[in-house]
Write a protein that binds this ligand. Sequence first.
Ligand code: APR
Length: 274
Amino acid sequence: MIQSNLFSKELLDKLSDAGSVAVLTGAGISAESGVPTFRGEEGLWKKFRPQELATVEAFMRNPELVWAWYRHRRELLSTARPNPGHRALAELEGRCRDLTLITQNIDGLHRQAGSRTILELHGNIRRNRCMECGQRYEDIALPQEPSIPLCRCGGKIRPDVVWFGESLPGETLEQAFVASTRCRVFLCVGTSAVVYPAASLPIVALQGGAYVVEINIEPTALSPQVHQFIQGPSGEVLPLMLKALDRYENQAGQADPRNVQIHDRQESPGGRYS
Ligand code: APR
């Protein structure tokens, strides 16, 4: 059971007053939606070899195998739904003047949960593009057979995700660095923080003077460097954080002299007003 006093006054103070918040998420935030992580116990990279499935070379060598794997992952995702962690971040966005959600996930669950300002660093599994002409295709437009969909130009269509050894979409990455540099609070949720350049964003935020909090079921390489490490499943911790923020803001509201209600004057013994 996660204790609600988990959240430091500093975090709640900064969150309730933060002009700008940035959040980095990884596979861990979707684990409670039944989406496998990559490096966890049942992680994808424990069962499959990324060299055979998630590189351009692998696709050129055996596009049928790569497409079969991405169809398998889409199948898995077709029943996945956002969990309370995704929804809490969407709600937090509604409460902040400016929140940027930077995700390494290609599952699209943040958008389904209602988040709006989303930077998909590693692409989206429901989008596709031609290797030759770059023509983009939404998933639904793709024929199931032949197993390697072809573009009108004759080029092979591939999932619009970032594979190992490939560069991230330049503009999206630039926006992620800008948001991480200027934020006052940076939340790092459900990532092992070992894949770059995404893993450098919390460091950029630290260097920018932000208050950096990590939420993970276990410590990572980043944990010694952050202001607060909160151990627990994000689907439980993030909704609790919103509740703690509610309580904190209510108390702050009650403590704020501008908010004191003028009650009827009651004369109590000794002439003090109550
Ligand atoms: N709540 C919070 N954290 C969790 C949860 C949970 N319910 N379940 C797992 N985690 C944590 C794990 O402890 C781990 O630190 O989430 C992290 C998942 O790490 P990875 O599997 O390495 O996933 P991620 O960090 O997103 O990987 C980065 O690597 O394989 C590439 O492109 C892929 O985007 C991916 C990138």
